[in-house]
Design a protein around this ligand. Structure first.
Ligand SMILES: [Fe+2]
Length: 200
């Protein structure tokens, strides 16, 4: 069964439909935002491997659907995120990650398929990797930047929801990165200090 079997045209038009499929993360009506490898310059630790991969193909690293509810504190933003499997050098594909512009807002991610980790880090330097897989909910507390990392061989698909006016601050992570990275060592996901991270 797909969404158009259970929702009427009117339901879509009045905005009461969360149009995404919780099996495959796809939406019939919403258009996804795609992030290509070329848009993630400087974010992977191995620059040489990055340039080599980019020359071969400007792959989609991840994409996400936002349902487009009003961005006020009365509403919840929600959607699905698909992070593809792959590595640049030894480092697994990840989403750029972001702080919320309103830092004191939380978020919930729920694993639909695939496996990986949610990397959390707050401005004070506390960080954790939380495993995410089908049926597992991850709570992102207020003040924590969050990034999804796919350590498996199939797309990592999650559902997310947050206060709709929270906003996304990508810039801090793009310029500074995270303190830790997740790489494959002897076939095992292993976290390491990010060689490119520098205290301001
Ligand atoms: Fe978020």
């Amino acid at each position: 069964m797909n969404n158009s079997d259970i929702f009427s045209k009117e339901m879509y038009e009045t905005g009461f439909v969360c149009d995404f499929n919780l099996q495959d993360g796809l939406s019939e009506k919403a258009i996804s935002t795609k992030r290509y490898l070329s848009q993630m310059k400087g974010m992977f630790s191995d620059e040489e491997a990055y340039e080599k991969a980019l020359k071969e193909e400007d792959s989609v690293i991840y994409e996400f659907y936002e349902m487009g509810f009003p961005e006020t504190d009365a509403h919840l933003g929600m959607g699905t995120s698909i992070t593809y499997p792959g590595k640049i050098g030894d480092e697994y594909y990840f989403t750029k990650g972001h702080f919320h512009t309103i830092l004191e807002t939380a978020e919930v991610y729920y694993g639909l398929s695939g496996e990986g980790y949610m990397l959390l880090e707050n401005p004070e330097g506390d960080w954790k990797f939380l495993p995410i897989r089908p049926g597992v909910a991850v709570y992102v507390p207020p003040r924590y930047a969050h990034r999804t990392i796919n350590t498996g061989s199939v797309p990592l698909i999650t559902f997310f929801t947050y206060r709709a006016d929270a906003g996304h601050d990508y810039g801090t992570i793009e310029t500074k990165g995270y303190r830790t990275i997740l790489v494959e060592e002897r076939g095992i996901p292993t976290f390491k200090a990010n060689p490119k991270w520098q205290e301001e």
